[in-house]
Design a protein around this ligand. Structure first.
Ligand code: SF4
Length: 364
């Protein structure tokens, strides 16, 4: 993105002006959940909670794909990657996510061929260049990464590759929002929706949620001014007792979203129940490969069914991801759980709430 354009969204005077407007209209405490871990990191990095009136409380949502990939699937990835004829490929963050007994880094240290890639299409190239090996890509993520993962399957098919598969852990935002709002312990009074997810999916899925739960939802970007604007619009609605869906990220997001990307997702994936790490199974909250693409499903290709996942009993990441607790309420935070020695995925990921608190607030 253009540097000048970006600097406008970090302009301290513009941000302060909007903060002053929030101060003028706010009359009572409000709890706002930013769904995306990227927004959590921006809030912590730029100290936005500190410049907003104390009535605004952020709680942090489950929008970190690395954090919510189920322990069973991490263990499954570890087992597949440990097999001798496999090249296991993944985004870098996933290598340090703790499984029940080890992570993918440990597999690599023990001689496994585990490689970091920046795109699933890189994994397809590795499969082309290594026809004697099974090449597996760890296809994690929300709606944002699904189009590229679907494209990788289509490309492998077009190339006639028989040695490429993906281990799928796709999750979807709207069912998670519904699950959080339906919980008896819900504290969320408004959502900042994740701008990049909406760039792909649009925001046509959100008006029924806003109407059913009487909750404002504002599609929000990732720069400081984007987030302050999202907060401003939610506070205006909350103070007026409204519950609409608004788009505060219109330079990127349209109501319909990217129809071509949605079509590719629909061609390759279908909706399934999905287990979220620390949260449990949310009905119809994920995507799996359609039956016609089953030969590209690593889950079918490798016999790794006997998995008994064992989470650290100290880790409260599930409660953090649902907005019930903050990272500093975890007794392990910053002591026995650090980015160098993480007990849970939220301390690993560049979008994890515990990592954000550790990086930006421990010294504050
Ligand atoms: S600080 Fe570590 S142990 Fe505590 S919730 Fe976060 S990831 Fe889990």
């Amino acid at each position: 993105m253009d540097k000048t354009l970006l600097s406008g969204f970090r302009d301290a005077d513009l941000i302060q002006t909007r903060v002053n407007e929030i101060k003028k209209i706010i009359t009572r405490p409000w709890v706002i959940m930013e769904i995306c871990g990227g927004q959590t990191h921006a809030i912590m990095k730029y100290g936005l909670e500190q410049i907003l009136p104390s009535e605004v409380e952020f709680i942090h949502g489950p929008g970190c794909p690395v954090c919510v990939t189920s322990l069973e699937l991490v263990d499954k990835a570890v087992q597949i990657a440990s097999q001798p004829n496999v090249i296991f490929t993944s985004y870098g963050d996933m290598l340090r996510v703790p499984g029940s007994s080890q992570d993918l880094f440990a597999v690599r240290a023990n001689g496994g061929d585990v490689r970091v890639v920046y795109s699933p299409l890189d994994a397809v190239k590795i499969a082309i260049n290594n026809p004697e090996k099974e090449v597996v890509f760890f296809a994690i993520g929300f709606e944002t990464t699904a189009p590229a993962n679907a494209m990788a399957v289509l490309q492998a098919h077009a190339l006639g590759l028989n040695n490429f598969s993906i281990l799928v852990s796709h999750v979807c935002v709207p069912p998670a929002m519904r699950a959080i709002l339906s919980s008896p312990s819900n504290r969320v009074q408004a959502f900042l929706a994740a701008g990049h997810v909406c760039a792909v999916m649009g925001y046509w899925e959100y008006p029924p949620i806003a109407a059913e739960f009487h909750i404002p939802i504002v599609v929000t970007g990732f720069e400081p001014l984007d987030i302050i604007e999202g907060v401003y619009r939610t506070i205006v609605q909350l103070e007026k007792g409204e519950h609409k869906v608004e788009n505060a990220y219109s330079r990127v997001v349209t109501f319909e979203g990217n129809r071509a990307a949605q079509a590719v997702i629909k061609q390759v994936f279908e909706i399934c129940d999905r287990k979220w790490r620390g949260i449990g199974t949310i009905p119809a909250s994920g995507w799996k490969l359609k039956q016609e693409w089953a030969k590209y499903d690593a889950d079918n290709r490798f016999d790794v069914k006997a998995i008994n996942p064992l989470e650290s009993p100290l880790c409260i990441a599930g409660q953090i991801l649902q907005g019930m607790k903050k990272p500093f309420e975890c007794p392990a935070f910053g002591t026995i759980c650090t980015p160098e020695n993480p007990l849970g995925a939220t301390m690993v990921s560049s979008e994890g709430a515990c990592a954000a608190y550790y990086q930006y607030s421990l010294n504050r």
